[in-house]
Design a protein around this ligand. Structure first.
Ligand SMILES: Cc1cc2nc3c(=O)[nH]c(=O)nc-3n(C[C@H](O)[C@H](O)[C@H](O)COP(=O)(O)OP(=O)(O)OC[C@H]3O[C@@H](n4cnc5c(N)ncnc54)[C@H](O)[C@@H]3O)c2cc1C
Length: 508
């Protein structure tokens, strides 16, 4: 790119790329600076990490927002080459006692396999209601706050029902709706994708959204690996004249007269931005490291120094000789399998992680991408991806504990799929430190853009009153998952930030 860009985006995660794509489409000259020297995407990418011919997702792998994100629809990811696939079943929740509950996009199939007939009917009623109101709920949750219009479209009884769900704990909602343990473990189990335990205040909302979007659009996977989404976004940006520069870590943002004017790279080079700068970074990194502390209000600095550490993620990738031999036939057809036996098991897990210990029998999110997309492994072979939640820092460090904990992860899969270990051809263990080394936003392996507790959401994200992407300097926007609407690959943090910036710049 010759001459100074109009806008600089720091970081090429899905949010930074969605911001850049929208800005480029509006006619701005956009430069995206990405620290990773090998690929764009942050936690949205794929690598051949085990054996030749096996493609593994480095972070995000299943995409409930694929077909409902306004950003992806507007930027036309499918037009840019993304092909979505679904497995026959979206999520399976088996236990060693043989009980099981599933979420399928086929409501009858879910109802037949959701604990017992009564719980199946309760699920059918909930999912039928959700399908009717989903567009309004997502309109409220995904757009820049305050977004009251979608809520006003709901009937009063729908609104009351939604408020009742969102203000429940995961365990409270599950015990109110269902009577079997199999059904009760589903929604609180999904909430543990982030740092929300079954009894946490207002923890039902996230499990509800992950579970119910699985029943509509499902947990899609892109053909070829998660990197395909990133590559499509980069193509959109470059097609509009934007530029992506890899291996470019931003060390400072330069402010003059109250306006963000330039960035300084780790190698000392300064690049000016004519109109705006977008940070697809962690909020504490932006306020404490990238900005001169003189331009940040003291209250914000103090809050960022105390920014709570969210849980870490511990991930294992496997190359397998064949499919996982799950005891549950339903798990053999499911994109994602969750290991967490009961509400009490999820409570024990939560208490152990909060207490700073490695969980004794780790709750797992297990992904079977090759069931949906066989292009990711040689013919007849499979990949497997799993993560558990762990403390962000471990006494004694990860080097000593990583392989042992990966064995505990394997033991839990083996308990649900006897013979699993015999199918393993190769494995890669990814600790919280490895995740942070790959992507500086994943502090202590946190995959949620900071804590997802209720007091870190909506207008409190990342800190009141900076919930509308605009930061204390003119022309500076936070556009990562540390901003509303938070974690997950939907691109809306970036898309919303760019939308507001274009409004500030009076560009239609
Ligand atoms: C193990 C794991 C599993 C997950 N599973 C799912 C899933 O199945 N489905 C789902 O929807 N979500 C999932 N997520 C969450 C999802 O990946 C994130 O919410 C999403 O990637 C956040 O996007 P982002 O653009 O805000 O940031 P990131 O994806 O974190 O990208 C930030 C980028 O900015 C770059 N950067 C940071 N600082 C600088 C700097 N100073 N200079 C230059 N570049 C910089 C980083 O290198 C990185 O490329 C998962 C995450 C992890 C880690």
């Amino acid at each position: 790119m010759s001459g100074d860009p109009d806008a600089i985006v720091i970081g090429a995660g899905p949010n930074g790329l969605c911001a850049a794509a929208l800005l480029a489409r509006a006619g701005l000259r956009v430069l995206v600076l990405e620290a990773n020297p090998r690929r764009a995407g942050g936690a949205l990418g794929s690598e051949a990490a085990t054996l030749p011919g096996f493609v593994h997702d480095v972070g995000a792998a299943f995409f409930p927002f694929a077909r409902v994100s306004p950003a992806f629809a507007d930027l036309d990811l499918e037009g840019a080459g993304v092909r979505w696939h679904n497995a026959p079943i979206e999520s399976c929740h088996p236990a060693p006692d043989g009980s099981v509950a599933i979420i399928s996009r086929d409501l009858d199939e879910s109802a037949r396999n959701f604990g017992d007939a009564r719980d199946g009917d309760a699920w059918r009623r909930l999912a039928t209601w959700h399908a009717r109101v989903e567009a309004d709920i997502l309109g409220f949750l995904l757009r820049p706050l305050p977004t009251l219009r979608p809520l006003l479209r709901l009937f009063p009884l729908d609104l009351l029902r939604l408020v009742r769900i969102l203000t429940s704990s995961g365990a409270g909602l599950a015990t109110r709706l269902f009577r079997t343990e199999a059904a009760r473990r589903v929604l609180p189990g999904l909430a543990l994708h982030v740092d929300l335990g079954p009894d946490d205040t207002f923890s039902a909302g996230l499990g509800y959204m992950l579970g119910l979007t699985a029943s509509t659009g499902g947990y899609c996977v892109p053909e070829g690996g998660a990197q395909a989404i990133t590559d499509a976004l980069v193509r959109i940006i470059e097609g509009r004249g934007g530029e992506l520069r890899l291996g470019a870590r931003v060390a400072k943002i330069v402010a003059r007269e109250g306006q963000a004017r330039a960035v300084v790279l780790a190698d000392g080079a300064e690049i000016a931005a004519k109109r705006a700068i977008f940070a697809n970074t962690a909020a504490p990194t932006l306020f404490l490291d990238l900005l001169d502390q003189g331009v940040v209000p003291g209250r914000v600095l103090r809050a960022m120094r105390r920014f709570p550490s969210a849980w870490g993620a511990f991930k294992v990738d496997w190359a397998l000789d064949g499919p996982v031999p799950w005891t549950s036939e339903l798990a053999r057809r499911s994109a994602v399998v969750h290991a967490g036996d009961s509400l009490d098991d999820l409570r024990r897990f939560t208490a152990e992680v909060r207490g700073g210990a490695l969980p004794s029998n780790p709750y797992l999110v297990i992904g079977q991408q090759t069931l949906c997309d066989p292009t990711r492994a040689p013919a007849g072979k499979h990949t497997l991806w799993a993560y558990s939640r762990v403390p962000p820092r471990l006494e004694g460090g990860w080097a000593a504990a990583a392989e042992r904990f990966a064995d505990a992860v394997e033991a839990r899969v083996e308990g649900l799929a006897p013979g699993f270990r015999a199918t393993i051809l190769g494995r890669r263990v990814v600790t919280p430190d490895d995740l942070q080394a790959m992507d500086a936003n994943l502090i202590g392996g946190d995959l949620g853009g900071g804590s997802n507790a209720w007091h870190r959401q909506l207008i409190f994200r990342p800190i009141f009153p900076y919930f509308r992407y605009r930061m204390p300097l003119r022309g500076l926007y936070l556009c990562s998952s540390y901003a509303h609407p938070g974690a997950g690959v939907h691109g809306m943090c970036g898309y919303n930030a760019a939308t507001l910036a274009l409004r500030d710049l009076r560009i239609r």
